[in-house]
Design a protein around this ligand. Structure first.
Ligand SMILES: Cc1cc2nc3c(=O)[nH]c(=O)nc-3n(C[C@H](O)[C@H](O)[C@H](O)COP(=O)(O)OP(=O)(O)OC[C@H]3O[C@@H](n4cnc5c(N)ncnc54)[C@H](O)[C@@H]3O)c2cc1C
Length: 471
């Protein structure tokens, strides 16, 4: 079968070479045509259609070590699949050996020390489910099917970010299989340069087989959910958003969403497909306080739907899942903002009105708080001046709509990027965003990341990512 070297040359990967890989692994190995191959090779974004030469579903660190050794010995391009949710499809590569982590989803919680150890193939839901047994949570993202590894290695933000910072700020240590096929520990005591690089530098330095997270008391009940109004109410609702967000205690996170109403049971049928503006809220402190804090949202104007209620934290963590299924086509443009300017709100409303797909959205995430109180040099994720994330999220079903939906996102972005801090989120970059956007995402840390890369991966074996050249 056709395979690709690290440098991108095609070669013939012999069946007996693949057989030797099989004998070195405990987990299954798939070739094109095998049951399991399609599931592994496809990712969340259907715009990405790549075909690895071989997929290894690893069962533990020993399998990962064997894959890295095999890739070195046979000079085959290596790619790593965590949750497969990266919009640019960084988990998969034509002709590569895919290290598929989807069987490594164990979580161990130490409730006394408030620490969780999660294997590198976990999804957010795996970690939340186990930590919530103890009334604890780590800082994770908004959609529960996302992989913890890709999210954490690029920064990570969600409902708890305002209280405790980027996900990567709350990592205590990682187990990593390095380019020279060793299993090492990276923490504030061991291999500190590697530990620094991993907290923002993505999959550039090795395969992460386990992550230790600091946990915090959260839930089991929080006040969370959505209130929606017709899009005609957007000016008032966005004004409310701006003023509430600016004054919000760290326990409260607010997200504004403008999009056609999804066919959700909590929205009246006659609204489905019609443009709405919604506020998504999470109050992660005491629910009684939360109910008072969100009262101003619930009593504003005449909502067409309201599911902002006390609910289990794990339920809130998966509330948006159905709106983001695997297999649709996606194209995003994003920027960090230091504030929500009224002129930005006007532009957001204008571009939301131009959405033609039933699934696209303009979203404002609030993230300001703890992450702003840490120095820029703390980790390469940087962007310590970011207080909001603007995400222009194109989402549609048919390839014939690619051009129109992508153009909508680009037009909106061109019109709104003047409000940016100049920084952008590395994990939201699409396939067509190149070096200048990586510079915008990781700029201040790039030189130091190059040095860490030169030490830990001088041959640039781990290059199926937002690649950092060894320097
Ligand atoms: C629907 C949706 C919602 C999202 N919501 C949020 C959010 O709320 N907050 C947020 O911060 N981000 C969010 N993101 C972005 C998310 O952080 C990135 O897409 C991230 O890359 C996903 O991680 P993954 O493991 O699923 O990615 P994959 O596509 O599997 O991998 C992405 C990159 O990470 C590397 N990688 C994966 N696993 C490992 C590993 N074990 N060791 C080393 N490298 C590895 C891969 O090589 C690849 O380069 C969201 C994305 C989607 C699609």
């Amino acid at each position: 079968m056709r395979a690709t070297t690290t440098e991108g040359r095609e070669f013939d990967l012999k069946q007996d070479t693949v057989d030797r890989l099989k004998t070195r692994l405990q987990g299954p190995v798939f070739l094109p045509g095998d049951v399991g191959y399609e599931e592994s090779r496809t990712v969340w974004n259907a715009m990405i259609d790549r075909k690895p030469a071989v997929v290894a579903r690893c069962l533990g660190s020993a399998d990962v070590l064997a894959c890295v050794e095999f890739a070195r010995e046979n000079d085959i391009l290596l790619c790593i699949k965590g949750g497969g949710h990266n919009i640019a499809g960084l988990a998969t590569a034509d002709g590569g050996l895919m290290v598929d982590m989807s069987l490594m989803r164990g979580v161990w919680v130490d409730p006394q020390r408030e620490i969780a150890h999660a294997q590198g193939g976990c999804l957010l839901s795996d970690l939340d489910r186990e930590t919530q047994v103890h009334g604890l949570a780590s800082v994770l993202g908004f959609v529960s099917l996302t992989g913890i590894a890709g999210l954490s290695l690029g920064g990570g933000f969600g409902y708890l970010t305002r209280r405790w910072g980027w996900t990567s700020d709350n990592i205590l240590g990682m187990n990593v299989v390095t380019a020279d096929a060793r299993l090492v520990r990276a923490s504030s005591d061991e291999n500190t340069d590697l530990f620094w690089g991993l907290r923002g530098g993505g999959g550039n330095f090795g395969v992460v087989t386990g992550i230790d997270y600091a946990l915090f008391p959260v839930g089991p009940e929080v006040v969370g959910g959505l209130v929606a109004w017709p899009a005609s109410e957007a000016p008032g609702v966005l004004d409310l958003y701006r003023s509430l967000a600016e004054a919000a205690p760290p326990e409260l996170t607010l997200v504004a969403i403008m999009r056609p109403a999804p066919p959700a049971p909590w929205l009246p049928k006659e609204m489905h497909g019609k443009p709405i503006v919604a506020l998504l809220a999470c109050y992660s402190g005491k629910p009684e306080e939360g109910e008072k804090t969100v009262a101003a949202i619930k009593s504003f104007g005449k909502p067409v739907g309201d599911v902002l209620v006390r609910r289990p934290y794990t339920q809130l963590q998966s509330l948006l899942d159905a709106t983001q299924p695997k297999g649709r086509r996606y194209y995003w443009k994003s920027e960090y903002l230091s504030r929500v300017d009224p002129a930005l709100c006007a532009k957001a409303t204008e571009h939301a009105a131009k959405i033609r797909s039933p699934h696209s959205a303009v979203i404002l995430f609030q993230i300001g708080g703890a992450l702003n109180q840490v120095g820029e040099e703390h980790s390469p994720v940087g962007n310590r001046d970011a207080r909001y994330v603007l995400n222009i999220a194109g989402s549609w079903e048919q390839a014939s709509d690619d051009a129109a939906s992508m153009q909508w996102a680009r037009n909106a972005w061109n019109d709104m990027k003047t409000f940016s801090t100049g920084g952008t989120y590395v994990n939201f970059l699409t396939e067509d965003e190149g070096p200048e956007r990586i510079q915008a995402a990781l700029g201040k840390g790039l030189a130091r990341l190059g040095k860490v890369k030169a030490k830990w991966d001088p041959q640039n074996m781990f290059r199926t990512n937002r690649n950092i050249k060894p320097s």
